[in-house]
Design a protein around this ligand. Structure first.
Ligand code: AMP
Ligand code: MG
Length: 502
């Protein structure tokens, strides 16, 4: 690029590094993004840009937009598509890889750690198989909203830097749709499926190399451990257990927990047919492709553990005595359950406003969940409204009890809850404020996401998306004037099927 357009200098000199592209050739394929016709910026995450040392003005300039669309690649970038495999719905797929994603390089975040910058929907790669390498603007909007909503909830996740509408159309199930390019920021894009890709080929050297890479990049403290691979497995188990617990505590259903969508950094990765619970139904499945409910809300901990067992299997390859390695890895995988339960249970007890580790508190929280499930109570609303209740006086309980098909089912629980609160020395305001800090008022409800996606696809209208982004960036604050985004959907508004759309 030799142009002197405004922003071009900043874009051309973005200080990308290439730790991943410098790994051996089997790890990736060099590929150039395919230009799009007429890119138009629809969303830019200015705050995140600044955290990455990028100049938001430059990104909004014509040169910046060309980069975010894949139409121009700065000389400092080194575009590659990543190789990986994975278990999809339990079945082994030996080669997947980035079929429509291209890594430009890494940037150093303000926190001192690297982040990947990846284009998604920027044209075919050697891993595209029969896919077009493109994305409709619909899934771009979904991923943008999903990842930013999760980040604002404090849940580890990949982030959204930008969304561009391309001026081209892509053919999808429902016909032609406007194309989109998404720029994703991740701690890295190494997945369980990356390890599996090499392990299943019996390539122990690459598995070792990848483990060293992941340790150096994500878990540097483990490098000096006597058994770094086992320590890595332990660390990934812990982070994943905490991640899935945090999902359950906000009613999140990932929808496609395949091993190729399971990050080794403990971040939520790949927002396809995800969804958030409206009524609390533990067996809820929204994803249109999850026919047997493998990835139902309450199956997620067990599936995460299954995926981690696949990771453990790949690491066995680096040991001289696999039998001995199995002996050591087994309790680590088993330890997932304890870690998950500790985090999940502590979170549940906090959601009902209790502190400490009294066994009775967990029972009390569990009892509320059971009644919510029986009574079709809205998950998010119930906990939020509970956060406003008086610790002694039940006369203001209507906002909560009205969420239960039989309000009396809440009343009898609330009596027990208040009996327990009587022995809590904190003032009501303190307890309520703590409860509000863990019980969001706003989540990305399925019908709201769908509205924003439909507006984007049907008329390239990004107003609903922008409004949601604004409100969901402060999910724990009541926001007068936006009550319509907090309320549960009416039955005719409910969206119970989510699609990846691609
Ligand atoms: P996902 O469901 O997004 O995790 O994708 C699963 C696999 O399908 C990955 O290897 C993707 O790169 C690939 N894929 C999804 N959509 C497309 C597309 N439109 N073109 C090429 N590859 C795709
Ligand atoms: Mg994926």
């Amino acid at each position: 690029m030799t142009s002197t357009l405004p922003g071009s200098r900043e874009i051309e000199t973005i200080p990308f590094t290439h730790s991943y592209a410098e790994l051996p050739g089997a790890f990736h394929a060099e590929v150039e993004p395919t230009p799009v016709r007429e890119p138009r910026l629809v969303a830019l995450n200015r705050e995140l840009a600044e955290e990455l040392g990028l100049d938001p003005e430059a990104l909004e300039s014509p040169e910046g937009i060309r980069m975010l669309a894949g139409n121009a690649v700065p000389a400092t970038a080194r575009p590659v598509a990543l190789a990986y495999a994975g278990h999809q719905f339990g079945g082994w797929v030996p080669q997947l890889g980035d079929g429509r994603a291209i890594l430009l390089g890494e940037l150093t975040h303000r926190d001192g750690r690297l982040r990947d910058l990846q284009l998604k929907g920027s044209g075919p790669t050697p891993f595209s198989r029969r896919g077009d390498g493109r994305s409709s603007i619909g899934p771009v909007v979904r991923e943008y909203l999903g990842s930013e909503a999760m980040a604002a909830l404090g849940i580890p996740t990949t982030r959204a830097l930008s969304a561009v509408v391309t001026g081209d159309r892509v053919l999808r199930q429902n016909g032609l749709e406007p194309g989109g390019v998404f720029v994703r920021v991740a701690s890295s894009h190494v997945r369980v499926g990356t390890f599996e890709y090499f392990a299943r080929q019996g390539d122990a050297d690459s598995v070792r190399r990848l483990a060293d890479y992941v340790i150096a990049r994500h878990y540097p403290d483990l490098a000096d451990r006597p058994d770094p691979c086992l320590a890595l497995l332990e660390a990934v188990v812990e982070r994943t257990a905490d991640l899935v617990a945090s999902w359950l505590l906000v009613g999140f259903i990932h929808g496609v927990m395949n091993t190729d969508n399971t990050s080794v950094t403990g971040e939520t990765l790949d927002y396809g047919p995800f969804g958030f619970l409206d009524p609390y139904r533990p067996g809820e499945v929204y994803s249109s492709i999850d026919r047997h409910g493998r990835y139902a809300y309450d199956q997620q901990p067990g599936i995460a553990q299954w995926n981690l067992a696949r990771l453990a299997e790949t690491l066995l390859l680096v040991y001289e005595s696999p039998e001995e390695a199995v002996e050591r890895a087994r309790p680590v995988i088993g330890g997932f359950v304890e870690r998950f339960e500790a985090t999940y249970h502590a979170g549940l007890v906090r959601k009902v406003g209790l502190v400490g580790d009294d066994e009775g508190d967990l029972q009390l929280a569990g009892e509320l969940l059971q009644r919510m499930a029986r009574e079709n109570a809205d998950f998010t609303r119930t906990f939020r409204e509970l956060s406003h209740l008086d610790g002694e006086d039940a006369s203001g309980d209507d906002a909560v009890r009205g969420l239960f098909d039989t309000p009396a089912a809440f009343d009898s629980w609330a009596e027990d809850w208040r009996l327990r609160l009587a022995s809590d020395s904190r003032p009501d305001e303190v307890r309520q404020a703590e409860m509000r800090s863990v019980n969001p008022a706003f989540i990305l409800r399925n019908h709201l996401a769908q509205e924003a996606v439909d507006a984007a696809i049907e008329s390239e209208d990004f107003g609903p998306m922008r409004r949601l982004l604004e409100v969901l960036s402060r999910p724990f604050e009541d926001q007068p004037g936006h009550e319509d985004l907090a309320r549960p959907p009416e039955s005719e508004e409910r969206v119970t099927r989510t699609f990846c759309g691609t």
